[in-house]
Write a protein that binds this ligand. Structure first.
Ligand SMILES: Nc1ncnc2c1ncn2[C@@H]1O[C@H](COP(=O)(O)OP(=O)(O)O[C@H]2O[C@H](CO)[C@@H](O)[C@H](O)[C@H]2O)[C@@H](O)[C@H]1O
Length: 632
């Protein structure tokens, strides 16, 4: 593992660098291969990690052109003077493709910092997403794109969110506050010129921009209806990407356009063409040369893979085919003549985005492994130096047990009486016996492979032998939905299956249950465990991705008997491991009431606000703007 550590001074002097406790610890520069930290901005608490990082690499360290040898750095660190020389910089370089531990450390420092001041560098930020809460949420992507932009706007940035204006006949009223910008633009793709309109609502400091086109006007969710996924999603989201690239240039929101110096945050495959378009369509004409694009991966399992022949429909110059080109491995091909040729929208984004973010640090690593990479692991591994993980936050206006409008009673960490009322009300609502002492377990999520409802299904007969209650909320796999109905009749006093999507019910289950079970096969971050902890509900989850990062295992004996931890994680993902973990939780619920209450308190008092994540996003934006555009 080769690495270069430099101590540089702007005036060429190899003087020692210093720090005092008052410095803010910001990385102020990065090149594609590393970080440059102005010595005057180093926190004393950052010094130890720096030394730890340097020490094992000593043999691989090389001097820089203007700098001095690393051994000098080590001695400098040892002698760490108290008077900083503001011009001195410390540069860490890593091979491209090598995960940059230093970046992770800096982001972690920011996550733990209590910085609440407005940002020093202000950006024009453009989020592009297929869904956004509250307008069109179907899952966690909507949650994130509905709250992170607000947190960034509160820190002083100018933030726009671009998403389709879905008119499905059921939730149209949610878009009532958005007005027609009277701006129509033609978009050339799929063999024609398609006119789109823009609607705009300014709310909570954010410009919510909705792209209007007839293909967004139909029944169902943003992605499909009862008959399955829409067949023209490639067209619908290609349109979104083109429109999102135009929006900052053509919409005079509040009197001014955003202009062409923006940071785009392209979320998941639906927005995957944004960095491709910036590079292939705009920069060749000198537009968006000063913009950067961050690809935010919420779920790698969906990549937007379509036949190779559709490339010509995308409105991207022919010579950029290689960016989206995707060849299926032989085993995945359908027949002997199938050459496996396809276009992959997410892959296009991976190879053109300036930086890549995932929604937890654990998942940032997982996507570079064959097990978690969904076929893109090698490619992602080659960009590991610019991949970071930032754990999602919680929209505390929406998810707080003291103010939640969906709950029958409010409660706080200091007074959990309201939680008992919520449990009784939930049992009543579900038609379960109202019994405060019985452990009530909840599951909330899509009924699909990722969320592992089948593992829970396997464990239900065993769980039902005990005196417990279980409620499942979700929709998706129709077989699973049928099974939930069947299980209701089988375990009348103990099991309820709520088939459908209901935000109020999700809130009431989160508050009313004692335990939330999450047997996800993979979980990029997971929001339900965060919500559960905030509501004094103990998560029991598969130790994967963001679940492993955010749930600390319960240890009743730690801290002199005060205990530590906020839940249970189990591995491997088997019925046995899951049920054993649940037994552990149920046992503690029944027999260790004080320990349980302390565990609830620890979860409820955790700071999960978006502000911490917003600080880290800012840092990543700063890094992105230091390098030249990755693809041009
Ligand atoms: N039937 C139902 N009724 C009502 N509400 C329901 C519901 N089913 C799910 N929800 C809600 O939808 C959200 C789902 O959040 P997840 O974190 O599980 O996200 P999801 O897997 O969709 O997204 C991806 O993106 C998010 C955001 O980055 C990552 O956290 C996650 O790991 C990744 O898979 C929660 O707010 C949950 O309460």
């Amino acid at each position: 593992m080769a690495a270069v550590v430099q101590l540089m001074s702007c005036c060429g002097r190899g003087v020692a660098f210093g720090a005092t406790t008052s410095y803010n610890g910001r990385v102020d520069a990065e090149t594609s291969s590393g970080l440059r930290i102005r010595s005057a901005s180093l926190k004393k608490s950052s010094i130890k990690p720096l030394v730890n990082l340097i020490a094992p690499r000593k043999s691989a360290l090389t001097p820089s052109r203007n700098g001095i040898w690393c051994s000098a750095i080590e001695s400098s660190i040892g002698a760490w003077p108290q008077t900083p020389a503001a011009e001195n910089t410390l540069t860490f370089s890593a091979n491209p493709g090598e995960r940059n531990e230093m970046q992770e450390q800096m982001l972690q420092d920011l996550a733990n910092s209590d910085e609440t001041k407005r940002a020093k560098t202000l950006f024009n930020i453009v989020f592009v997403s297929a869904e956004v809460a509250p307008y069109s949420k179907t899952g966690g992507l909507g949650d994130v794109c509905g709250s992170l932009p607000i947190a960034l706007a509160q820190r002083g940035h100018r933030v726009m969110v671009v998403s389709p204006r879905y008119m499905n006949g059921v939730t149209d009223h949610l878009f009532e506050g958005a007005f027609d910008c009277q701006c129509r633009i033609p978009i050339a793709c799929f063999g024609a010129s398609h006119e789109v309109a823009f609607f705009h609502e300014f709310r909570a400091g954010v410009d919510w921009v909705f792209v209007d086109h007839s293909s967004y006007h139909r029944q169902g969710t943003p992605y499909g209806d009862t008959r399955g996924t829409f067949g023209d999603n490639q067209f619908r989201f290609t349109l979104l990407c083109h429109a999102a690239c135009e929006a900052p240039l053509v919409l005079a929101l509040g009197g001014y356009t955003y202009g062409d110096k923006c940071v785009f945050v392209a979320n998941d495959w639906h927005a995957g063409l944004v960095p491709v378009l910036l590079a292939s369509k705009y920069r060749r004409h000198g537009v968006y040369v000063n913009s950067r694009c961050i690809l935010a991966i919420h779920n790698l399992a969906h990549q937007g893979v379509e036949p190779a022949t559709t490339y010509n429909n995308l409105g991207i110059p022919q010579e950029w085919y290689g960016a989206l080109e995707w060849v299926f491995p032989e085993w995945a091909r359908l027949h002997a003549l199938d050459k496996g040729e396809a276009v992959n929208h997410l892959k296009g984004a991976v190879v053109t985005a300036d930086r890549i973010l995932t929604v937890s640090q654990g998942y940032a690593w997982e996507i570079t492994t064959p097990e978690g990479g969904c076929g893109l692991d090698k490619l992602l591994g080659s960009r590991a130096a610019v991949i970071n993980g930032i754990t999602n936050g919680v929209d505390v206006d929406d998810w707080s047990p003291s103010t939640d409008r969906h709950l029958p009673a409010a409660y706080t960490p200091g007074d959990l009486a309201g939680k008992a009322e919520c449990k009784a009300a939930l049992q009543r609502e579900l038609g379960l016996p109202v019994r405060p002492e019985v452990p009530l377990i909840g599951f909330i999520g899509r009924l699909d492979y990722q969320k592992g409802p089948d593992i829970l299904q396997e464990g239900v007969p065993e769980l039902m032998t005990d005196d417990v209650q279980l409620v499942m909320l979700g929709s998706g796999d129709t077989e699973m939905e049928k099974w939930m109905k069947w299980a209701e009749t089988q375990y009348k006093e103990k099991f309820r299956g709520w088939v459908g999507f209901s935000v109020p019910v999700a809130h009431r289950i989160t508050a009313g249950c004692d335990i939330l079970i999450m047997p996800s096969r993979f979980e990029p971050c997971g929001l339900n465990q965060l919500y559960a902890m905030r509501y004094g509900t103990i998560p029991v989850a598969h130790a994967t991705g963001g679940l492993r990062d955010t749930i600390e295992n319960y240890n009743p004996d730690a801290n002199g008997g005060q205990g530590s931890g906020t839940g249970w994680t189990f591995s491997p993902l088997t019925k046995k491991a899951m049920v054993d973990s649940l037994w552990g939780a149920i046992f503690a619920y029944r027999n260790d009431k004080d320990g349980w209450a302390r565990m609830q308190m620890r979860g409820m008092e955790k700071d999960m606000s978006w502000t911490r994540s917003a600080l880290q996003y800012e840092q990543v934006f700063e890094w992105a703007l230091i390098d030249p555009p990755y693809a041009a």
